[in-house]
Design a protein around this ligand. Structure first.
Ligand code: NAD
Length: 349
């Protein structure tokens, strides 16, 4: 990777490479943009195949956080961290060492919980630093609010793209029944949606089959189901040149980060197929809204009220995209950039 060229193109401010000999911690903290406030972004622990993969992931995810905060009207900047490790090798010592690195940034980066980091892990990191949020599980914790935000996003997308349909007439396919996917299924079930699910872990799909009457399908089949909404809630890169041609759903609305393998090519491909894509960082902002409110000490009512920003912002993005003949991906990016530039102008004027 041409390092400085890449970060200049993507707009990053700072990247930290953290290593500890004793615990064998290998982590990367990326600070993308702090125009709106200190960089906020959760920590992901993943056994990346290569260091390049880890770097690519953290750069993209941290930039996504800048856009996410701006679209959600939350006054923080974008950051993200990845720990390169196998989940089985996650130890208290490793997390505490990582916490010390976070602390050394003195609040320029505030972190929380992402894939393979549990609320208990957050509490472990907090032993070394106050710059970590998300262990309090207020308003159900970031997982519940993320799922609720995705549910509100689905409502907005259905109203825009399928105005004749009511929620209880919908069929929705959820890919990935992890923390968010399972909670999303709960909301969908409450509103009478017919649910299809896939996960690599059979136990998880059997549980939602039992709890919410979901139909379990093979992970490869989930893309081509004849449903109204496809909700990617597993990992990134699932919207690509192999999957988009077989997707039948007119709406894509899910929690996973970095769903588009190539942002420009694949957002255009979705548009050409008249598939309404809910930009991932807009629809999955519930977790950020939750941890931000936890950080500033506001109550659950305020958190839930702010979640409605997701619904309103998505409708604004859909209308803009339609009026200007651009993809929803570009419409979201322009909206976020406008808000960031406005903040910069306020600071400099
Ligand atoms: P998780 O690890 O709990 O769940 C992910 C699930 O996806 C797992 O059950 C895994 O087995 C499954 N999976 C992986 N590959 C799959 C495949 N090819 N097909 C089907 N299933 C597959 O993670 P989570 O916390 O539920 O987060 C899900 C996604 O949402 C991630 O991309 C995450 O970054 C994003 N997200 C999460 C939050 C949050 O608050 N947890 C907030 C914003 C975005």
């Amino acid at each position: 990777m041409k390092f400085f060229e890449t970060i200049r193109e993507m707009g990053h401010e700072q990247i930290f490479f953290c290593h500890d000999k004793e615990s064998d911690l290998r982590a990367i903290i990326a600070i993308h943009d702090t125009s709106l406030g200190p960089a906020m972004g959760a920590t992901r622990l993943w056994p990346y195949a290569s260091e390049d993969d880890a770097l690519r992931d953290v750069l993209r995810l941290s930039r996504g956080m800048t856009y996410k905060a701006a679209c959600a009207n939350i006054p923080v900047g974008g950051g993200k961290a990845v720990i390169i490790a196998n989940p089985e090798n996650k130890t208290d010592g490793l997390l505490r060492t990582y916490g010390r690195f976070v602390d050394s940034l003195k609040g320029r980066f505030i972190t929380g919980q992402d894939v393979n980091i549990s609320p208990e892990d957050v509490r472990n990191i907090r032993r070394q630093t106050n710059y970590v949020v998300g262990g309090a599980e207020k308003a159900g914790g970031p997982v519940v609010t993320t799922a609720l935000g995705v549910f509100l996003g689905i409502k907005a997308a259905v109203e825009f793209r399928l105005p004749q349909k009511k929620l209880n007439q919908l069929k929705i396919a959820v890919q990935g029944i992890g923390n968010v996917g399972k909670n999303l299924c709960k909301y969908l079930h409450e509103y009478g949606v017919i649910i299809f699910v896939s996960d690599l872990n059979r136990e998880k799909t059997e549980e939602v089959k039992h709890l919410y009457g979901a139909t379990v399908v093979d992970p490869k089949e989930i893309y081509s189901l004849d449903v109204d909404v496809f909700a990617p809630c597993a990992l990134g890169g699932v919207l690509n040149s192999s999957t988009i041609p077989i997707i039948k759903a007119p709406i894509i609305a899910g929690a996973a980060n970095n769903q588009l393998e190539d942002e420009q090519i694949h957002s255009k491909l979705l548009e050409s197929k008249e598939i309404l894509y809910c930009p991932d960082y807009v629809i999955n902002a519930g977790g950020l809204i939750n941890v931000y409110n936890e950080m500033i000490g506001s109550d659950e009512e305020k958190t839930f009220k702010q979640l409605n920003n997701i619904y309103d912002t998505l409708l604004e993005i859909f209308i803009r995209a339609k009026e200007q003949g651009i993809t929803t991906h570009d419409a979201a990016k322009y909206l976020a950039n406008e808000r960031i530039i406005r903040a910069k102008n306020i600071v400099t004027s």
